[in-house]
Design a protein around this ligand. Structure first.
Ligand SMILES: Nc1nc2c(ncn2[C@@H]2O[C@H](COP(=O)(O)OP(=O)(O)O)[C@@H](O)[C@H]2O)c(=O)[nH]1
Ligand SMILES: [Mg+2]
Length: 371
């Protein structure tokens, strides 16, 4: 099941939920019409108690059902939930709502019985009043859980959406090396702009399609861009989460140093990323090829090959020449758009190598009926 945190409905807090429950209950009572006073009051009071309990238990149960179960969530989501709000709290607060739903229904049942069993109108009113008091007391007890879930929803809404089944390229490197520019240059369609809940920096999640398979490109500002000792527990968790979804890590190096981080320091960071994501295939790429002096030898050749390929409708999967820098690393310019198409095809090849048992790829000799 794929959950979008953005579609979870708002959590009504203690006061809001009580107001809603009691005002609906009153309306339900107002609709009762019976000439016999005893019958009328009995119906009114039972309806009030039952309606109030139903409204409250429905919100609680709906919430418990709508929020993803941690046992059935992708590892990336679980790691992010743990990093951002805490899995134990998450479970505990949802369990509290489940408990409250049962309690208010039990109270409604008990007091409805009292109302039905008496013939005295004032005792019916007393039983209704008692039910309201007990329901309010339950609501007071779950108020902290409602507050917590409401805050958690705001936090989790801002998480980047990553589909664990699809290839995912994690783009990292020091600040300002061109991660965001690279992702926008490679992406087609809408780019999602997001924040990790623990950083105010914008993150970009982009996509491109190749052979009907969507490739995700994830930005990592504030995560894989500074020395290890400056990272806190939450950030470490988030980094661990990336290893669960990353098919390939691209580490961008800005040799021009226009990013502000010295070259040596960037290489130090690279070593750290290698130790932080040991299971994921890593590719080092030089960004901002247009700023290299001298210009990469193959600049004109790559540019012409890419222009040709685009002019011919991007037919096939040619071995477009990769732009290389003098150090022998693949390079590209996101602003001049040179080396980008070659890079995209290289990413596809690398991801394929890194995911030999890709569930989306059919075995040799099989054909999709719609191809
Ligand atoms: N000349 C040049 N500048 C670039 C290139 N890519 C990014 N930049 C510039 O580098 C700065 C930082 O880029 P940005 O993508 O925000 O870096 P991020 O912090 O790694 O996401 C911006 O001013 C970009 O315009 C490139 O290929 N060539
Ligand atoms: Mg950026």
């Amino acid at each position: 099941m794929k959950v979008s945190w953005r579609t979870l409905s708002t959590v009504l807090l203690e006061e809001e939920l009580l107001d809603k429950a009691f005002s609906r209950a009153k309306k339900a009572a107002d609709r009762v019409d019976d000439p016999d006073r005893t019958f009328r009051v009995r119906k009114q009071m039972t309806r009030m108690v039952q309606t109030a309990a139903d409204i409250i238990s429905t919100q609680c149960i709906d919430l418990v059902n709508a929020w993803p179960s941690l046992d059935h969530s992708p590892l990336f989501d679980v790691a992010m939930i743990d990093a951002c709000v805490g899995c134990d709290e998450y479970r505990k607060n949802l369990a509290t709502l489940q408990w409250a739903a049962n309690q208010v229904q039990r109270i409604a049942g008990q007091n409805a019985k009292k109302i039905i069993r008496t013939g005295r109108v004032e005792l019916m009113h007393d039983a209704r009043r008692e039910a309201y008091g007990r329901i309010s007391s339950i609501m007071r007890q779950i108020s902290p859980a409602l507050d917590w879930l409401s805050d958690a929803r705001e936090t989790l809404k801002r998480l980047p959406k990553i589909d664990p089944v699809l290839p995912c390229v994690v783009v990292c490197g020091a600040p300002n090396v061109g991660k965001s520019a690279f992702i926008s240059a490679l992406s087609t369609g809408n780019m999602e702009v997001n924040h990790y809940p623990f950083t105010t920096k914008q993150i970009h999640v982009g996509h491109f399609m190749h052979r009907r398979l969507q490739y995700q490109l994830v930005d990592t500002p504030g995560l894989l861009d500074r020395p290890m000792e400056q990272r806190n527990y939450i950030e470490m968790q988030a980094i661990a989460a990336l290893e669960h979804v990353g098919s390939l890590v691209l580490f961008l190096v800005d040799e021009s140093e226009s990013c502000g981080t010295p070259y040596e320091e960037q290489l130090h960071l690279l070593e750290e990323v290698e130790t932080l994501l040991p299971e994921t295939e890593l590719m080092v790429v030089t960004s901002k090829a247009d700023l290299l002096t001298p210009q990469p030898e193959m600049w004109d050749e790559v540019k012409a090959a890419e222009e040709d390929w685009n002019a011919n409708g991007q037919e096939g999967e040619p071995a477009l020449p990769l732009l290389m820098d003098p150090k022998g690393r693949v390079t590209m310019s996101a602003t001049e758009f040179v080396g980008m198409d070659a890079m995209r095809l290289e990413i596809v090849r690398r991801v394929k190598e890194a995911r030999p048992n890709d569930p989306m790829v059919l075995p040799e000799g099989w054909h999709r009926s719609d191809q």
